[in-house]
Design a protein around this ligand. Structure first.
Ligand code: TRP
Length: 361
C-alpha cells in the first residue's frame, strides 16, 4: 500500500495565519514534493455541524471561504483531491460500524473532546453526534486508508482513537485498514501561533486573527496594534523578546533572505533580537519589518484569491468533482468493509448456495 496523505478543516470560519503556518503551508509543500501516492484535503462540514447543528448557515457560508483559502494558498485540484465530507455518505455508513468497536468511556477520556465540551459548556447536554465525532473522524481517515495525517497536536488523541479502531477492526474481522500516523508541524511556533494580542492562540472567537484574506491595510492595522513588551516604553529601554508577539511572528515567518531584502542592517533574527534586548530599537520598526514579510507572503495568495473569486461556480465544480472522486475511493473501501464484516450478502454466491443447501429438504 502506498503513502496517502489526508487532512481537513471544519469550515466554521476563514483560515488565518495560524492555520497557514500550522498546516496549510506544509500541505502545499507536500503537494509540490509529490512524494506520496495520493493526497486528500477536505472540508469537515459534518464534523462542524456536530456543535453547530442549529446554525447550518454558518457552515454553508464558510465552506466557500475555506475552499478559496485552500486554492489561493496553492492547493491544486490537479494534484490533490479537494472534497466535502457530507458528500461522501460512505463515511456515515463506516462511522456506524466503527462505533461498535470503541467504548463510551474510551471517548470520554479523549482530552480533545474533554476540552471542547468545557469550552462549549456542553457538560450537561452533550449532543450525541458531537460526542461521537472522534469515531466519525476515524472513518474520515480509514475510508481512504490514509497513512499520513498532517495536523496539529490537538489532533493526536483523534489519531490514537483511529489507530485503536483500525486495530480492533482488523483483529475482529480481517485486515482491511492501515494504522495512520500524525505528521506534526516542524517546530514550536508553527504548532501554536499566538494571537495579535499575545494571547496563547490565534482564534476567531478571541478576535486576534490575521486572515489569509485580509487586505494589506487591514494587516498593517492589526500589526500596528500588536502586543509587544509592555515594559518597553521608550526606544532606549531594553526589550523582551519572549512572549513578545511580534518576535514570535518573526520566529515563525522571517528568513535570512527577508533581512537581506528589507532590513540589511541585520543579518538575521538573532542580531535583531540582540539589539532589541539591549535597547535602542523601537517596536514600530520591528512591526514595519514584520508587515513587509507578511505582505510578501500574503500578496500572491491575495492575487490568486481575487482570481478565484471571479468564478465562484467553478469552485463549486472543483469541490463537486473532488467529492465524486473521493466517493469512489470510499466506496471501494466500503466494499471491503462489508465483505470483512460478512454483510455483503448479495455479492456472496457461496453464502447463497450454502443457505440453499441448508434449507433444501
Ligand atoms: N478535527 C479536525 C479539526 O478540528 C478536522 C478533521 C475532521 C480532520 N476529520 C479529519 C483532520 C481527519 C484530519 C483528518 O480541524
Amino acid at each position: 500500500m502506498g503513502k496517502i496523505i489526508l487532512t481537513g478543516d471544519r469550515p466554521t470560519g476563514k483560515l488565518h495565519l495560524g492555520h497557514y503556518i500550522g498546516s496549510l503551508r506544509r500541505r502545499v509543500q507536500l503537494q509540490e514534493a509529490g512524494d506520496y501516492d495520493r493526497m486528500f484535503v477536505f472540508m469537515a462540514d459534518v464534523q462542524a455541524l456536530t456543535d453547530n447543528a442549529d446554525n447550518p448557515e454558518k457552515i454553508r457560508q464558510n465552506l466557500i471561504e475555506v475552499a478559496l483559502d485552500y486554492l489561493s494558498a496553492g492547493l491544486s485540484p490537479d494534484k490533490c483531491t479537494l472534497y466535502v465530507q457530507s458528500q461522501i455518505p460512505e463515511l456515515a455508513e463506516l462511522t456506524t460500524y466503527l462505533m461498535n468497536l470503541i467504548t463510551v468511556s474510551r471517548v470520554q477520556r479523549n482530552p480533545t473532546v474533554k476540552t471542547e465540551i468545557k469550552m462549549r459548556n456542553f457538560e450537561a447536554n452533550i449532543p450525541l453526534g458531537f460526542f461521537c465525532y472522534p469515531v466519525s473522524q476515524a472513518a474520515d481517515i480509514l475510508a481512504f486508508n490514509a497513512t499520513t495525517i498532517p495536523a496539529g497536536e490537538d489532533q493526536e488523541p483523534m489519531l490514537e482513537v483511529t489507530r485503536e479502531i483500525a486495530r480492533r477492526f482488523n483483529q475482529t474481522y480481517s485486515e482491511v485498514f492501515v494504522e495512520p500516523n500524525i505528521m506534526l508541524p516542524e517546530n514550536a511556533t508553527a504548532r501554536r501561533l499566538p494571537g495579535t494580542d499575545g494571547k496563547e492562540k490565534m482564534s476567531k472567537s478571541l478576535g486576534n486573527c490575521i486572515y489569509l484574506s485580509d487586505d494589506a491595510d487591514t494587516v498593517w492595522q492589526k500589526i500596528r496594534s500588536m502586543y509587544t513588551d509592555p515594559d518597553h516604553l521608550r526606544v532606549d529601554d531594553p526589550g523582551k523578546v519572549e512572549g513578545n508577539a511580534v518576535f514570535t511572528y518573526l520566529d515563525a515567518f522571517s528568513t535570512d533572505d527577508d533581512f537581506a531584502e528589507f532590513w540589511p542592517e541585520y543579518k538575521n533574527l538573532q542580531e535583531l533580537k540582540d539589539h532589541y534586548t539591549r535597547g535602542g530599537l523601537g517596536d514600530m520598526k520591528c512591526k514595519k519589518f514584520l508587515n513587509q514579510i507578511l505582505n510578501k507572503m500574503l500578496e500572491p495568495i491575495r492575487v490568486r484569491r481575487h482570481e478565484f473569486e471571479q468564478d465562484i461556480p467553478a469552485i463549486y465544480d472543483i469541490l463537486k468533482k473532488g467529492s465524486e472522486d473521493a466517493r469512489e475511493v470510499a466506496a471501494k473501501t466500503m466494499d471491503e468493509v462489508r465483505k470483512a464484516m460478512r454483510i455483503d450478502y448479495f455479492n456472496d454466491a457461496e453464502l447463497i448456495r450454502q443457505q440453499a443447501e441448508r434449507f433444501r429438504k
